[in-house]
Design a protein around this ligand. Structure first.
Ligand code: S3P
Length: 180
């Protein structure tokens, strides 16, 4: 069964994804990296030359490709905007157990204070932007997720334990649905 991590920029999807992948001995996929490899360009370049809508289309195509390839038993980290398209919800949930790493805007601001790699954040009013985006996105993350784990002020090990504890039931249920 795949584990899919969703959540806001800076919520630790990649960090947690890599740690989970080690602990579970399951390969790791990052949809941002997958898209960059396929496009031969960085996310910033894609935003700059093709625009955000084109990137969003690439995100959906990446999910469709993972499903078509029959990817199983992987840990998959997604871009923070992935759940904003409702059609992606069904794809994400079809892929596996969807875990929302929930973070407060203040923590995002702190963690990404000097970030230059995320095109959406390259604005002087970063704090307002993060708050506004979070307000719009939180309901979509909640709608898409099977499981929610709060990550503020928590160490990686504790987050990992919470992921395992909270996912177990969903995991078994989804596994039965898929293989029975
Ligand atoms: C985005 C998040 C980024 C990346 C792109 C857009 C977003 O991924 O997909 O810059 O809309 O929140 P991370 O969440 O891994 O930073």
């Amino acid at each position: 069964m795949n584990i899919i991590l969703i959540g806001f920029m800076g919520s630790g999807k990649s960090t947690m994804g890599i740690r989970l992948s080690y602990r579970m001995k399951q390969p790791y996929i990052d949809t941002d990296k997958y898209i960059e490899r396929k496009a031969g360009r960085s996310i910033s370049e894609i935003f700059e030359t093709d625009g955000e809508d084109a990137f969003r289309q690439m995100e959906t195509e990446a999910l469709e490709a993972l499903i078509a390839d029959g990817i199983r038993d992987h840990v998959i980290a997604t871009g923070g905007g992935m759940p904003m398209k409702e059609e992606n919800h069904a794809l994400l949930r079809k892929l596996g157990v969807v875990i929302w790493l929930r973070i407060r805007p203040e923590s995002v601001l702190e963690r990404l204070a000097s970030d230059t790699s995320r095109p959406l954040l390259q604005r002087p009013d970063r704090e307002t932007l993060i708050r506004d985006l979070m307000e719009k996105r939180a309901p979509m993350y909640a709608k898409c997720a099977d499981v929610t784990v709060d990550v503020d002020d928590k160490r990686v090990e504790r987050i990992m334990d919470a992921i395992f504890t909270k996912s177990r039931g969903v995991w078994n249920r989804k596994k039965r649905m898929k293989y029975e």
